[in-house]
Design a protein around this ligand. Structure first.
Ligand code: 5GP
Ligand code: MN
Length: 333
């Protein structure tokens, strides 16, 4: 990480009195871990802090204190605050402005805008940006930032939130983004009080039964294409209703499907409540799926990316397969 960038962000944070935090929609473990850690860390610096997470916060990360710590201020009070006082807005783990969802305009209304991220595609939408594309997770970058500011403020709760994000984005130190730095940051977080077994148990063994039933249904509905190089599945509203699972319970499906030997690409299409389709892509053996997601206005990382397509399920699938044809076609059989 370029230390200069972190120093620049730290220099803006130190004198700030009120900080509003932002992250990406469909907030995952890294996004939520980043939010919780930042709320606690900045509060311990004596600042007034509020985090604005778009959409619904996933239940599985409740053990980090998400209910008490996030979304603690109404939209109305927040817009009043940015009008009447100097508010520093800080985005973490979001690659571009649109990813902030319904909080985008609040972020823009801040007196200054800071960006901390690890997406190589980050558009640099802040006045000061610290983007480390070599970091496995935004939580890794945050530990570096906290170390620049004052590492003695990192207690066991903050360390646990950062560890949860690091674990989520590396798939428990398994994905290709796992490097020496991931282990060094993980080790440091354990030293600072994070408990690997307790956190793993909360995340991986804390699923509602309905989530497993939904995963089973999605695995049953999956198809192998391009001589087994691609596995495709989908989640309809009916499957969600039938299993009793929530939209957030779809996270484990890509993990399950990526286990198949020989598949280079995992694609899961989920029907969203508004009728659009959320596409989750995972690449294996170095197959870059981000180039597919970006065609549809999405993004992410080379081996884990996503996008939203404003069509029905069938049409979204046809569009994505047409893109895959370019790399793996012509035969889809
Ligand atoms: P997931 O499939 O778990 O929703 O997302 C995988 C990765 O792709 C994450 O890094 C996430 O931030 C990114 N991603 C997912 N959907 C979108 C999208 O619509 N736009 C962008 N820019 N990134 C996305
Ligand atoms: Mn992340």
């Amino acid at each position: 990480m370029n230390r200069v960038d972190l120093e620049a962000v730290a220099a803006r944070i130190r004198p700030a009195h009120t900080v509003f935090l932002f992250t990406h929609e469909f907030a995952d473990g890294d996004a939520l871990g980043s939010m919780v850690a930042l709320v606690l860390f900045l509060r311990s610096m004596g600042k007034t802090v509020h985090a604005f997470v778009p959409g619904k916060v996933q239940n599985v990360y409740r053990f980090l204190g998400t209910d008490e710590l996030l979304n603690t201020m109404s939209a109305q009070m927040a817009s009043e605050a940015v009008r009447t006082e100097r508010v520093t807005c800080l985005s973490a783990d979001a690659a571009d402005l649109d990813r902030l969802g319904e909080w985008k305009s609040l972020f823009l209304a801040g007196a200054e805008r800071l960006v901390i991220d690890h997406h190589g595609t980050n558009t640099g939408f802040g006045d000061v940006c610290a983007v480390d594309a070599s970091a496995s997770s935004c939580c890794e970058v945050l530990l570096d930032l906290f170390s620049v500011v004052d590492v003695t403020l990192v207690d066991a709760k903050i360390a646990s939130a950062l560890y949860a994000g690091l674990m989520a984005d590396t798939g428990s130190f398994q994905y290709a983004n796992t490097g020496v730095q991931s282990f060094l940051h993980g080790a440091r977080l354990v030293e600072l009080g994070a408990s690997p077994d307790a956190i793993a148990c909360s995340i991986y063994e804390g699923k509602p039964y309905a989530a497993l039933r939904l995963t089973a249904a999605a695995v049953s509905a999956s198809r192998l294409l391009y001589a087994g190089q691609v596995v495709v599945s989908h989640v309809t509203r009916e499957m969600l209703e039938h299993s009793g699972a929530l939209d957030e319970d779809t996270d484990g499906i890509t993990d399950e499907l990526r286990r198949i030997a020989g598949t280079k690409v995992v694609v899961v299409f989920r029907e969203a409540l508004d009728g659009s389709v959320k596409v989750s892509l995972r690449g294996k053996y170095g197959f870059d799926v981000r180039r597919i997601a970006t065609v549809f206005g999405g993004g992410g990382h080379p081996l884990a990316a996503g996008c939203t397509i404003a069509t029905g399920l069938g049409e979204a699938e046809a569009l994505v397969l047409t893109e895959l044809d370019r790399y793996l076609g012509p035969s889809r059989i």
